[in-house]
Design a protein around this ligand. Sequence first.
Ligand code: SIN
Length: 476
Amino acid sequence: MQTNLVIGGDRRAGADGDTVDVLNPATGETVATVAAGSVSDMRDACDAAAAAQPAWAATAPRVRAELLRSCYQVMVDNADLLADLIVAEHGKPKADALGEIAYAAEFFRWNSEETVRLHGSIGTNPAGTARMIVHHPPVGVVLMVTPWNFPAAMITRKMAPALGAGNAVVIKPPKETPLTALALADLFENEVGLPAGLVNIVTTASASAPVKAAMDHDAVRMVSFTGSTEVGRILLKQASDRVLKVAMELGGNAPFVVFADADLDLAVEGAIAAKMRHSAETCTAANRFFVEEPVMEEFGTKLAAAMSAMTVAEGHAEGAQVGPLINQEAVDNVDRLVGSAVADGANVVTGGAPIEGPGFFYPPTVLTGVGTDADVAREEIFGPVAPLIAFTDEDEVIAMANDTEMGLMGYVFTQDLARGLRVSEQIQAGMVGLNRGVVSDPAAPFGGMKQSGLGREGASEGIYEFCETQYIATNW
Ligand code: SIN
């Protein structure tokens, strides 16, 4: 297992000798001790990226594309090994971890195809006197700060388009899940042959000083972050010092709307996917379930039956469907949200208290009688809790759905297609699942409105996020 920093092709301990323990959330035990980088390591990584980037940018797009395609293949070939690392450090069930690797690898395949289609334009000015050329050079060096909920996919979703566009990257993975990031860097350098210095990984015990040092480094021109809105705001302020380009994938508070005419079995299936995938620790997770009054009881009963039937277990256990939360703090937070809803009059239909024993497990939980002002409906839960809130008509539910500063994701279930499209368009979110509980796809633009973020990852626009736009004015 690779546990050292990756800087300029070297594998090394942190300059200060610091380390960070990686815990298995299913047991609370240490699975590895990883080098923790300091400010000086971060500066070295930025230097290494700056040294590697010009030659990479000058490499033919077809060659870059083929290397990206090999990154896809090497991930597919090593899916089992990578998924085991994810289970060990994140805790999600092996089936979800394998699904994540397949998803993460697809960002390389998709962006290998986009790399050779990075088009600019040439046109004539309105006066008809000159040509106007627009093209898209790479940004240069990109700092990536990634989350623990998808230890592979949230890296590749940024790294693949950034490399495709001709950038070099410095990645600060989360201290909870650095092992997958370090293994990926090894595979890409050793098996695929990506040039040394193109991908640098600096794990940290405490992120703020090293991240600030990278953002202050002359070569770094962009920061791409996935994580909480709270941290995103801090990074946005810091980015303003050097007017860095930013891409921010931040928090969510997704409404999941079930109309009385919905196919309720499909809605329950969608609810389970939208709430529970990857142990309920996704930014796109359904956070507030708005159910039209006539079907509240039936939907609530079916959802509670499906949630309580899920197998909560260590990720390698036979049939595991829900793993542990990432740490004790996450369990305490979910418990606080449930406790406060109950104190305000909500009913626990299933679940409702942490599971005793080793590891950080919380059971699938359904709450009814939740008020729209409850903390559990206002904060991002990031855990397996479905709060159900009744509504009576379309206008009311649209207002309720939009009554949040977040705007990442929304879900609408109805068999009336016209209504489905009408309501979807009025939900203030970057993505809407219409009769679908999972929407993520490397070919689709992932990102949020309002305080859920800036920019889009994936689709054809994803690669342009890592480019500048240059206009060349001519006199012919
Ligand atoms: C996230 O939770 O931010 C990512 C979810 C996804 O890509 O499906």
